[in-house]
Design a binder for this molecule. Structure first.
Ligand SMILES: Cc1ncc(COP(=O)(O)O)c(C=O)c1O
Length: 460
């Protein structure tokens, strides 16, 4: 196809167009060169080599068009290269690219900090520290909790993903291979099971675990009833860090009482609650922050991914009186780069102008369609989610709930072959985390493709 025609196709396409075998010759060349020169620690399930993107469509190196239901791992909230975001970036690049907020002033830092202060849960003043990634946003939160309490112990959850830098890795409780080879952990973290009501780690149900009672669910109460009495003296505990919807661990939606009980326990012992909203924040769940679904008001909140439509930016937002550390206590040369902040301000405008609303509406639409697929496909054990953060857990047997891990990877590949980009999370969950710009036609295509992919994998 001549390149002009490809360009036009990308600009106007709503659905995939696959014209070559996959990977095509150019994508194959990129994949081969990558294998030779790039760190093999990255995890790729299939060979998508991207050249350009618009909205929810990405074009690969060979001119094939894909419908992106992953958004660069829940990052491109406003879609690929949204014109308003591109315009904001271009303008800022013309003005200046970098000066470093660690040592100088520029209007972008207070502008975004003020926006985040108003948007983050909690009717009180907040301050923001800026970094460049999710891991940095988490590390900033943990450092602040430690600094403000002068305590060192931390509580996290199995299945949690908080990043791979050494501090964040101590908090991550997701996969052994993320820790293997790196020896002892940098931070003193104790993990407990997350509220996974599909596979309750304590073999309870919401009716029996206390989720509907004022005492709260067992999985939250163990912090006070077990940890504080055994391995984590409350007076040495700085923070409990929790994803309001657990991401990499399987897109798990907890009962509201799980998070509220954590909040209550933390309040009783002056422990900080850190909400890691790196994946669940910035409109993805149909609210600006997932915490809002559960009436959770964290002390500190970590934000990244969707905050700047793809430019690297992370933020740690906390109560103003909590974020009162001394100059020099924490900073980063690139953190809060003006180009990234300009992209972020444009992103927030778009989110508030309708994308959050669209995420809620399209999320409901997808969940309805997926529940129909659940009735048809035995392999679907559970469908769950909020807004456009949706998990489809695959099992080999609905009774034993044996995870269908290899089948999940095969479903991903079958979708890729049909032009739909999805990704896994947890041990056998398909995650849907599309850009928040998707429409019904695109949801219908995704549902049809998942239906075909599940049929194909079940027949193998
Ligand atoms: C909840 C959560 N926290 C932290 C991170 C780490 O973010 P980054 O990869 O930008 O360091 C991730 C990344 O997936 C995440 O999902």
């Amino acid at each position: 196809m001549p390149s002009k025609a490809i360009q036009d196709a990308l600009e106007t396409a709503r659905l995939p167009q696959i014209n070559t075998e996959l990977p095509g010759p150019k994508a194959r060349e990129i994949v081969d060169r990558d294998a030779k020169y790039v760190s093999p620690s990255y995890t790729r399930t299939y060979p998508l080599a991207v050249k350009r993107g618009r909205g929810a469509i990405v074009e690969d190196a060979d001119g094939n068009l894909f419908l992106d239901f992953n958004a660069g791992v829940a990052v491109c909230a406003t879609g690929h290269s949204h014109p308003k975001v591109v315009q904001a970036i271009k303008k800022q690049v013309d003005d200046f690219i970098h000066i470093s907020g660690t040592d100088y002033y520029y209007p972008h830092l207070p502008a975004l900090a003020e926006r985040l202060s108003r948007l983050a849960p909690g009717d009180f003043d907040k301050r923001a520290h800026f970094g460049n990634s999710g891991a940095e946003a988490v590390e900033g939160a943990v450092k602040l909790a430690m600094y403000s309490t002068r305590r060192q112990k931390l509580i996290g959850f199995f299945g949690a993903f908080h990043g791979r830098t050494l501090g964040a890795l101590s908090l991550t409780g997701s996969k052994a291979k993320q820790r293997a080879g790196f020896g002892r952990q940098a931070l003193d973290v104790t993990h407990v099971p997350y509220a996974n009501c599909y596979r309750c780690p304590y073999n309870l149900t919401q009716a029996t675990c206390g989720a509907f009672e004022s005492k709260g669910p067992h999985c939250a109460r163990v912090i006070e009833e077990l940890l504080f009495k055994t391995t984590v003296p409350a007076e040495e505990c700085a923070a409990i860090i929790v994803e309001p919807v657990q991401g990499e661990g399987g897109y798990l939606v907890p009962p509201a009482s799980f998070l509220q009980t954590i909040r209550d326990i933390a309040d009783r012992y002056d422990v900080r609650v850190i909400a890691d909203e790196v994946q669940s924040g910035m409109g993805r769940t149909g609210r600006m922050f997932a915490s809002e679904h559960f009436d959770l008001v964290p002390d500190i909140i970590s934000i990244a991914k969707g905050i700047a439509s793809g430019l690297p930016l992370g933020a740690t937002v906390a109560r103003s009186e909590l974020m009162n550390w001394e100059p020099g206590a924490h900073a980063s040369t690139f953190g809060g780069n003006p180009v990234a902040i300009s992209a972020s301000l444009a992103t927030i405008e778009l989110l508030e102008d309708g994308l959050i609303h669209n995420a809620a509406a399209m999320g409901d639409y997808l969940l309805e369609g997926l529940r129909e697929l659940e009735r048809k496909h035995e392999m679907i054990g559970d469908v769950r989610g909020k807004g456009l953060m949706i998990g489809i857990e695959l099992v080999r047997d609905r009774k034993t709930k044996e995870p269908a891990a290899s089948e999940r990877d095969m479903v991903e590949i079958e979708c890729f072959k049909r032009g739909l980009i999805i990704q896994g999370c947890g041990s056998s969950t398909v995650r849907l985390s599309p850009p928040l710009v998707i429409d019904r036609e695109q949801c219908d295509f995704a549902l049809k493709t998942l239906d075909e992919a599940l049929t194909a994998v079940a027949g193998k």
